[in-house]
Design a protein around this ligand. Structure first.
Ligand code: NAD
Ligand code: TYD
Length: 365
């Protein structure tokens, strides 16, 4: 439990990314008494356009910097005397982790330990009302078979370099709690979707490809299952856990919303046909089964009972509502899509999907 009523300096890392930008916006609006510092190095996934509507807020500051830069962290922690850290900065895409695991070791593990050190040192004398909040993923638990759900007690069993790096960072956070008494909370959340999602992940990539009439590369047999949560519901859960969660605890966050990839893609195609005034069945013709992802986890599903019972959190929108909001956002923000898909994106797309034999060309209507 941390106080909301007084002025506090809060550091949010990765605030220019997908989830981070929703968290920054929510905190700026809900807590005008806080000063929000958004620390982000602006990798390909970081985009200040995500925060255009709030960047003039008097209680907002952007700090461009790298969580791998210990000196920089030391300086900003001393200067701004943060009361809380909400840590989202990470390399976040599984496919990239297969191509370049070390980038994930650096940012996700070493970067997290750097932040833990800076927080431990700053709060050494006084831990009262201080909190290190580490944002993690359900992928640390590995994969489920057809049955069962991940709980907070499920043993860690990561399968991808991404999930292994997140699992490692979770262990460091826990260890700093045990060893140095650093007050922390961790949440492990399922797959998010919504506005500002970089189009390398399934839903925004497929929305973009449908708009451009490009193939929709479904990995393997498409029967992999994920639990999807609307990003603003994740931001609401983060707000709640940051303020009302208990120190040294982990909470799972999920959407109560499991979908096999192929069923999700078919629903997306149907909604996109309606939004684009295309004949029903047009977009689903773009579905192309491609070479599978190595080590592909079969199924993720979250038991979010603890956060529900202890803190009263539940998702506020259904999947259909959230998907519609998401599609509308992408169609209304074509300029955002154009900006993020120019330059290096094309290179990434060609490399990643050429390996899977996906044609780069739009399919003529
Ligand atoms: P994202 O890739 O959209 O954003 C990551 C942000 O971190 C970017 O703005 C990037 O510039 C910044 N960043 C990366 N390396 C940095 C560094 N060295 N120093 C400073 N900033 C750096 O990621 P996201 O999807 O918004 O995920 C945010 C967090 O939530 C991650 O920790 C991720 O593991 C976790 N998470 C994501 C999901 C999901 O579905 N996207 C689900 C559960 C948990
Ligand atoms: P993704 O959005 O990358 O999230 P994660 O791997 O972290 O769950 O992928 C979601 C699911 O969609 C996953 O089972 C992999 C699959 N997928 C495809 O079938 N095709 C694609 O082009 C992408 C990016 C993902």
């Amino acid at each position: 439990m941390t106080e909301t009523g007084k002025d506090r300096n809060i550091l949010i890392t990765g605030g220019a990314g997908f989830i981070g930008s929703h968290v920054v916006r929510r905190f700026l609006k809900e807590y005008p008494g806080y000063h929000i510092y958004n620390l982000d190095v602006l990798t390909y996934a970081g985009n200040l356009e995500n925060l255009r509507d709030v960047e003039e807020y008097p209680n907002y500051s952007f700090l461009k910097g790298d969580i791998l830069d210990e000196q920089f962290l030391k300086q900003i922690f001393e200067k701004h005397q943060f009361d809380g850290v909400i840590h989202l900065a990470a390399e976040s895409h599984v496919d990239r982790s297969i191509t370049d695991p070390l980038a994930f070791v650096r940012t996700n593990i070493i970067g997290t330990v750097n932040l833990l050190n800076a927080s431990r040192d700053l709060w050494k004398e006084n831990k009262n009302n201080k909190r290190f909040y580490h944002i993690s993923t359900d992928e640390v638990y590995g994969t489920l078979g057809a049955e069962g759900l991940f709980t907070e007690n499920t043993p860690y069993d990561p399968n991808s370099p991404y999930s292994a790096s997140k699992a490692s960072s979770d262990h460091f956070v826990r260890a700093y709690g045990e060893t140095y008494g650093l007050p922390y909370v961790i949440t492990n959340c399922s797959n998010n979707y919504g506005p500002n999602h970089f189009p390398e992940k399934l839903i925004p990539l497929f929305i973009n490809n449908i708009i451009e009439n490009k193939p929709l590369p479904v990995y393997g047999d498409g029967k992999y299952t994920r639990d999807w949560l609307f990003v603003k519901d994740h931001a609401a859960a983060i707000d709640l856990v940051f303020h009302k969660g208990k120190d040294f605890e982990t909470y799972n966050i999920g959407g109560f919303n499991e979908w096999q990839n192929i069923d999700l893609v078919k629903l997306l195609c149907k909604l996109m046909d309606q939004k684009l005034n295309r004949e029903e069945g047009t977009s689903s013709k773009l579905i192309t089964y491609v070479k599978d992802r190595p080590g592909h986890d079969l199924r993720y599903a979250i038991d979010a009972g603890k956060i529900n019972k202890e803190l009263g959190w539940r998702p506020s929108v259904t999947f259909e509502e959230g998907l519609e909001l998401t599609i509308d956002w992408y169609l209304e923000n074509q300029e955002w899509l154009d900006h993020v898909t120019s330059g290096n994106y094309q290179e990434y797309y060609e490399k990643m999907y050429k390996e899977r034999n996906v044609s780069q060309q739009s399919i003529s209507k």
